[in-house]
Design a protein around this ligand. Structure first.
Ligand SMILES: Nc1ncnc2c1ncn2[C@@H]1O[C@H](COP(=O)(O)OP(=O)(O)OP(=O)(O)O)[C@@H](O)[C@H]1O
Ligand SMILES: [Mg+2]
Length: 260
């Protein structure tokens, strides 16, 4: 059984600007599969549709066309069951910002039926490993830096040890040491629990380190997929970044937009 099956997925955002209707095809007929226990990285420039795809798989957004099955369960029909089995991290993590990391994590654990003692033990172990100082565990989230909040979001997703993790830029904004720790965690989960992981990233080294297979997304389409070596070979490229640029015909927007 595949952990993730996506077939012909499309999503269009419609809006009206100055009285003119506009359509933005965030996803255009994307198909791919991820095996159980596999780690799959989605790479793509800003606006290529990565977050839209993760949001659809996380049941937060409905597609306009296409089919999705997670752990054999079709969306949106089995939405509730799917939610119980996925852990999600995103750069714009939703939290109760007046509450502390401890309170947020215990609340999440309760939703997933993890006993409070066990939840606290796991959460604290993760946060300590990520270098969040113990003395901050009781501070409201809104008083924490972005990186600190990101660590709490990661702890929340990993705490529940779900069979499937959907991670939208899980390490963006983390300092190098914390980023390594998160990558180490993900490797451990895969090895010890057989967790299936779909992640997006702008970090080529991260994709190469973690992913069995990589998919290149450009303008809403999956333009190539395979392991890092196959992608480099396909593009006749020295490294993954060069392969991406050749295969998608565009550089990362971040690097293009230097208008100074
Ligand atoms: N809620 C929305 N309403 C309108 N358009 C949207 C919405 N969400 C995304 N889009 C559009 O869909 C396209 C894909 O956006 P998406 O956030 O999926 O890209 P991304 O690959 O995650 O980019 P980034 O690397 O910057 O995170 C963009 O053109 C974006 O403007
Ligand atoms: Mg995004």
């Amino acid at each position: 059984m595949w952990a993730i099956e996506v077939e012909n997925l499309s999503k269009v955002f419609r809006k009206t600007t100055f009285g003119r209707r506009q359509e933005e095809w965030a996803l255009k007929g994307v198909s791919f599969r991820v095996a159980q226990g596999e780690t799959y990285a989605l790479l793509g420039p800003n606006g290529s549709g990565k977050s839209t795809l993760i949001r659809i798989l996380s049941t937060l957004l409905l597609p306009d066309a296409g089919r999705v099955r997670l752990l054999g369960l079709p969306l949106p029909q089995e939405e509730r069951k799917v939610r119980e089995q996925i852990g999600r991290v995103s750069v714009d993590a939703a939290f109760y910002k007046k509450l502390s990391p401890r309170e947020n994590l215990l609340f999440a654990a309760q939703l997933y039926g993890i006993p409070p003692k066990e939840a606290e033990r796991r959460a604290m172990a993760i946060l300590e490993r990520l270098g969040l100082e113990t003395r901050r565990f009781g501070d409201p989230l809104e008083e924490m830096s972005r990186g600190m909040q990101q660590k709490v979001a990661i702890a929340r997703a990993l705490l529940i040890r779900p069979p499937l993790l959907l991670l939208d830029e899980p390490t963006t904004g983390l300092d190098p040491k914390s980023r390594r720790e998160v990558q180490g965690f993900l490797e451990e989960l895969r090895r010890e629990e057989g967790t299936t992981i779909l992640l997006t990233t702008h970090d080529m080294a991260e994709a190469e380190r973690l992913a069995h297979r990589i998919g290149f997304l450009a303008r809403g389409s999956l333009v190539a997929e395979g392991d890092a070596r196959a992608l480099k070979e396909l593009a006749g490229a020295q490294d993954l970044e060069e392969a991406f640029i050749r295969l998608t015909g565009e550089a990362f927007a971040q690097e293009e937009n230097h208008d100074s």
